[in-house]
Design a protein around this ligand. Structure first.
Ligand SMILES: Cc1cc2nc3c(=O)[nH]c(=O)nc-3n(C[C@H](O)[C@H](O)[C@H](O)COP(=O)(O)OP(=O)(O)OC[C@H]3O[C@@H](n4cnc5c(N)ncnc54)[C@H](O)[C@@H]3O)c2cc1C
Length: 407
C-alpha cells in the first residue's frame, strides 16, 4: 500500500518526559513537530520514579570514591545500590568512565555546566503548569532527608553547610522538630533530618508527562504511535512511517531513554549509555498518619513520596541488564525497614506496579546531550540530564535548542 507523504521540521522519537519536553520547546519556536512513541506518553521510566524536581542537588551524583561506601555497595546487600555480577562485568568500561568523571576537579566542572539547568528547573515547569492543567499535581514543600544515626545526621549537616555558596533553603530538624512536620512518624526511629525546601515534587509523574503531551497536540503538534526502528535516512534527512503516513524531516531527535541505542547502533552510532533501574510500590495510609513530604531514608536507601495512587516507595538503583527479569530483593528489604513497616507510618501495602522496573539511561559524564551531523540532516540524542530528567530536561532542551533554533 502506498502511504501519503508528510513533510515536517523535526521527528522526535520517544514520548517520555524528555521527548515530550523537546517537542513542546521546538513547537514554541515555530517548528512543526512529529512526536512518536510505540506506547502511550509517559508510560515507561517517566511514570516509575520518585517524582522529585530536585532543585537542591547542585552537585552531580558521583560514583562513590570512599572505601567504606564502596565496600558497603560491593557487599551487594544495600537497598541503595544493588548489582548483578554479570552486568557489572559488562558495564565495567562504562563504570570506569563514570568513576573517572567523578574525580573532584572534573565533578566541579560538570557541576558548573549543569548548574544553570538546575537553577531554572522549577521556573521551566511552572511555565507550562497552567496551560497543561498540572497545577494540582505539583507541590512546593520540598523533601526531607532522614537520618537514623547521629553520625549520619552530623555528616549531612556538615555537607549542607558546605553548599552555602548555592544559597539553598534548608532546615536542620531534631527529632521533635521533625515530628512537628511529620506528625505521623512514630518517635524513636530517626535521629533527625535535613529538610530541603527549594525542590518541588509531582504526585503523578506519568500524568504530568501525559498532560504536557496533550498540550503539545492541543497546540497543533502531531503525536503518533509508531516503532522508531522504522527511521530511515536518505539524502534529504529522515523518514518514518507513522499512522499510515510517510513522514519526512531534516532533523530527528532520539529521546528513547534506555532504548536509545537500539535505534542508534543499527544506524552506526554507539553512545556510552548505561542503565540504572529502580522499583516502586504503593501503600495506602490513613490521612492523619501519612507522610506529608517525600522522605528519603538515606542510610537505608529508599524514598517514600505521597502520590496520587498512594504512598510510593521507590528503591535505590539496581545495575542489571535492561531486559533482565525483575528481582524483588530491594523492595522486600525496604518493606521491612522501620520507616515502611506499620509501626513507622501505619502504611498498608497496596500494590506493586507491574513486574517491570523503571530503567533510566545515563551518560557517563552526567550531562544531557550529544548531537552529530548525519548526511544532509541532523540527528540528536537526548538522555536524561544527570539521571534526573524531571528536574532538568525542560531547561536542558531550552539551553541546547536555543542557539540552533533561534539563530
Ligand atoms: C527508581 C527511579 C527513580 C527516579 N526518581 C527520579 C526523581 O525523583 N526525579 C527525577 O527527575 N528523575 C527521577 N528518575 C529519572 C527519571 O525518571 C528519568 O530520567 C526520566 O523518566 C527519563 O525520561 P525519558 O523520556 O528519557 O525516558 P522514558 O520515560 O523511558 O521514555 C522513553 C520512551 O521511548 C519509547 N520507546 C522506546 N522504544 C521505542 C521504539 N522502538 N519506538 C517508539 N517508542 C519507543 C518508550 O515507550 C518511552 O515512552 C528516576 C528513575 C528511576 C529509575
Amino acid at each position: 500500500m502506498k502511504t501519503a507523504g508528510r513533510q515536517t521540521d523535526a521527528i522526535v522519537l520517544g514520548a517520555g518526559i524528555v521527548g515530550v519536553s523537546i517537542a513542546l520547546h521546538l513547537q514554541e519556536r515555530g517548528r512543526r513537530v512529529l512526536l512518536v512513541d510505540r506506547g502511550e506518553p509517559g508510560a515507561e521510566t517517566s511514570h516509575g520514579n520518585a517524582g522529585l524536581i530536585e532543585r537542591a542537588s547542585v552537585v552531580p551524583y558521583a560514583f562513590p570514591r570512599g572505601l567504606s561506601t564502596l565496600a558497603a555497595f560491593a557487599s551487594n546487600r544495600s537497598i541503595a545500590v544493588r548489582y548483578r555480577p554479570a552486568t557489572l562485568l559488562r558495564m565495567a568500561p562504562w563504570l570506569a568512565r563514570y568513576w573517572w568523571n567523578s574525580a573532584p576537579g572534573r565533578l566541579d566542572r560538570l557541576g558548573q555546566a549543569i548548574l544553570p539547568l538546575i537553577e531554572r528547573c522549577l521556573d521551566e515547569h511552572r511555565q507550562w503548569t497552567k496551560a497543561a492543567g498540572t497545577e494540582s499535581l505539583m507541590r512546593d514543600e520540598g523533601w526531607i532527608e532522614l537520618y537514623r544515626s547521629r553520625r549520619g545526621l552530623q555528616q549531612a549537616v556538615k555537607a549542607a553547610a558546605e553548599l552555602a555558596a548555592y544559597r539553598l533553603a534548608y532546615d536542620v530538624l531534631d527529632e521533635a522538630a521533625l515530628q512537628a512536620r511529620e506528625p505521623g512518624l512514630l518517635a524513636g526511629i530517626v535521629a533527625g533530618a535535613v529538610h530541603w525546601r527549594d525542590p518541588a515534587t509531582v504526585s503523578d509523574p506519568g500524568a504530568v508527562t501525559r498532560a504536557y503531551a496533550a498540550l503539545f497536540t492541543a497546540r497543533g503538534g502531531e503525536l503518533r504511535h509508531a516503532d522508531a526502528a522504522g527511521l530511515q535516512q536518505d539524502s534529504t534527512g529522515w523518514r518514518l512511517s507513522a499512522g499510515g503516513e510517510d513522514w519526512r524531516a531534516p532533523e530527528a531527535v532520539v529521546a528513547l531513554g534506555p532504548w536509545s541505542n537500539d535505534l542508534c547502533e543499527p544506524l552506526g552510532y554507539r553512545f556510552p549509555l548505561g542503565f540504572k533501574r529502580g522499583y516502586h510500590m504503593h501503600y495506602a495510609a490513613a490521612a492523619d498518619t501519612a507522610p506529608r513530604h517525600p522522605l528519603c531514608d538515606v542510610e537505608a536507601g529508599f524514598v517514600l513520596t505521597p502520590m496520587a495512587r498512594g504512598i510510593r516507595l521507590t528503591t535505590g538503583i539496581e545495575l542489571a541488564a535492561r531486559d533482565a527479569p525483575s528481582d524483588s530483593w530491594q523492595l522486600d528489604q525496604a518493606e521491612r525497614q522501620p520507616l515502611a513497616v506499620p509501626e513507622g507510618f501505619s502504611l498498608r501495602w497496596l500494590h506493586r506496579d507491574g513486574a517491570a522496573p523503571g530503567s533510566a539511561s545515563l551518560l557517563t559524564d552526567a550531562l544531557a546531550t550529544l548531537d552529530w551531523p548525519a548526511g544532509e540532516g541532523s540527528l540528536y540524542l537526548w538522555a536524561a540530564c544527570e539521571h534526573a530528567a524531571f528536574r532538568q530536561i525542560r531547561a536542558a532542551a531550552r539551553q541546547y535548542l536555543r542557539p540552533e533554533i533561534d539563530a
